[in-house]
Ligand binder design. Sequence first.
Ligand code: F6P
Length: 330
Amino acid sequence: MKKIAVFTSGGDAPGMNSAIRAVVRTGIHYGFEVIGIMRGYQGMMAGEYKKMELRIVSNLLKHGGTILKTSRSKEFMTDAGKQKAADFLHSQEIDGIVAIGGNGTLTGLLEFRKFYKGKIIALPGTIDNDLYGTDNTIGFHTAVQTALDVIDKIKDTAASHERVFIVEVMGAHSGFVAVHVGICGGAEEILIPEVNTSLLSTVTHLISGWRKGKTSSLIVVAEGCAEGGAYQVLEKTKQLDLSVEIGSDGLDCRAVVIGHIQRGGTPVYFDRLLASKLGLFAVEKLIEGADNVMVGEIDNKCVLTPIEDAVYKKKAVDPFLLKAAEILSI
Ligand code: F6P
């Protein structure tokens, strides 16, 4: 092996830059030429790249986003697109690729195997934390902290006005951000795609809290929960007649969607450290011949997991956390 390529793809995540830096510096340390492919699979098909030198990745650790840019490519999902991307890699004599991304990026790699002859290794970069084979993904901790900062502010106004706030966090298919934010923000209810909850029981729980003296409440909703996002939950809640339970006007509710703020910003120390460790480990394993695997960290140790398992095996939300959320919010 002489030449490797690194790229970021799918939704950006804070800490991706730290991962790029780690891959570039480790590659150069071991005598490799490292190139950075721009705009993920889109740029791979178009042959957009730059040679990565040591100083290109200077002062990167503190920056959110990704200097290599990113995209979600429809064309790469076709065989013709994958062939184009593989042709580019073969023409540049790239012996191995390091992909940094989430579920969609890794799913793309599975099919790409049939087209590309070099080695493939993946780094888990997504705020969703929904990849099997790692306790944490790069970007998850920063996203949770960002959402929590917003929630702390919302709780001030909720308390002043004695209101219920329904706050939507990201997670189209997973509730990791919602559960962590919910516990740390003191939410009375957390609605996530992994657990079916009836809104009636959600509201009944809120009301029991108000009977015990609460005067404001927080419901954290993951965007992909079965009842819909924050605004849908708000509308459905309004249809349940609560006037009998709480004063003549019922509960005064507001909805907030935190959105893409969660994807940006300065990465917290944890994401920089994780990205640095996994970036180094990925390149070392690639050199040793690892192929079709994702690097991750389990119980503080770097590990390899087949990309297929990382994508298709389900990482469950910890039931102990769900219990904590319930008991600690009474
Ligand atoms: O995969 C990360 C993620 O932030 C999800 O939580 C969210 O559902 C999705 O990306 C939104 O992505 P975009 O707006 O970039 O299409």
